[in-house]
Design a protein around this ligand. Sequence first.
Ligand SMILES: Cc1cc2nc3c(=O)[nH]c(=O)nc-3n(C[C@H](O)[C@H](O)[C@H](O)COP(=O)(O)OP(=O)(O)OC[C@H]3O[C@@H](n4cnc5c(N)ncnc54)[C@H](O)[C@@H]3O)c2cc1C
Length: 450
Amino acid sequence: MSPPHNAVVIGAGVIGCSVALELGRRGHDVVVVDALPAAGYGSTSSSSGIIRFHYSTEAGVAMAWEGRHYWQDWPAHVRAEPGTDGSPAVDHEAVASMVELPMYMFLAPDAERPIFLDHFDKFGIPYEIQPRSALESGAVNLDFRMFGPPARLEDDDNPFWGEPVDRFEDLLWMGGAGYVPDPQLAAQNLCTAAMAEGVEFLFNSKVVDVDRSADGDRVAGVTVVGGPADGQTIAAPIVVNVAGPHSSKINELAGVTGDMARSGRALRREVYLAPAPRGFDEQSGFQAADLDVGVYFRPESGGNIMVGSVEPECDELEWVDPDDFDETVTEDEFQLAMMRTARRMPDLGIPHSKRGLVALYDATEDWTPIYDRSSLDGFYLACGSSGNQFKNAGVAGHLMAELIEAVESGHDHDADPITVIGKYTGFGIDTATFSRRREVDANAANTVLG
Ligand SMILES: Cc1cc2nc3c(=O)[nH]c(=O)nc-3n(C[C@H](O)[C@H](O)[C@H](O)COP(=O)(O)OP(=O)(O)OC[C@H]3O[C@@H](n4cnc5c(N)ncnc54)[C@H](O)[C@@H]3O)c2cc1C
């Protein structure tokens, strides 16, 4: 380890690496510590990687739209190609890329116009209300009947499993969306780019304590167990908590939970794979957030469909200890997700053997992340990513670097939260939305859609 550092980033997930890269590019001496052996091995590795823009808050929409532009510009962002300023290219083994794929939502005839469309209008995000014939004429056989609200399998008398007559007339088509098939590679790209800026990474190094200055008013560094700095305290006046589903454990170590109205908790989630129904692939032209049947789905490589949940009310949420949870896919939940998806896609053959993964969200009460300072000077929060911040990794790094520099220059961010200007879109992102002390917005989502 090469001291002195002026910032420690806890966590080498896609957001931690992005924060480190931005700070490194601004000339900070940064060290990233992670308990795992390489970048992106935490919850990032399980991400569905979907890029879309419908969030319940204006700042959420602005951030996701700005975030998309990083993916479009990814090779330049991670300097896989020479910089326009003449800086040399960084050597990456492979470079992540975004597959462009529009997103559909099914709109009930009596549904109110989603509030996020006002924000789409403001930021020029492409969308259209399309008649269902737009998808009916496509390659995938879809059942446009209205089944919802979703039910459990054991509730077999529920109308959800019956034969409804009403059909969706309209669909909401959202352009500019897509997905990143290899989220871990994206984190590794950021890590490699950060190393080229002089950022140091300590892997297999678990933070076991957050240290304070002698007067207790400021963070002074972290103590780690394992890895090259085993048993040592890494001193730094800035520490950023980007520990994903472990972030609340780190906040407790730092003693900063007292004034946090919002916090992340580890939520166990399952995501499934099955052979895709006929015609459903990258070329068939869509992915979907289908609240009517309670799932999101997108094509996955190898002729598969990936299916995740949008937390219908009938499903219990499973809050867990991030160090002690069941990592096997549940047979019953797999069947349930398949049966729900098959309501919309009758050609989905339900496999006999379950396939998928188990992972954790770091979910806040309002499914909105926390990008903020904390009550302890020098200790910053980029956590509570609520299963929906992969897409924002690039812009989250920029936002945190702006926030840290503003606060370290004396700005009272609690009294006057900064507005961060997107590098690509030029739109302002009001960081009050991501405050640890925020009230829950009346329009806040109760789902991963955020
Ligand atoms: C199943 C699933 C599907 C998702 N799908 C999407 C999606 O489609 N679109 C989207 O935008 N987002 C999605 N997300 C969310 C997105 O993947 C996360 O918001 C993002 O990856 C979080 O990145 P991170 O860097 O904050 O955390 P992580 O990737 O979890 O990284 C945190 C790191 O901190 C380290 N750490 C923890 N404790 C310690 C400690 N004490 N000491 C040292 N290191 C520590 C961990 O080892 C880990 O590497 C999904 C998430 C999951 C789980």
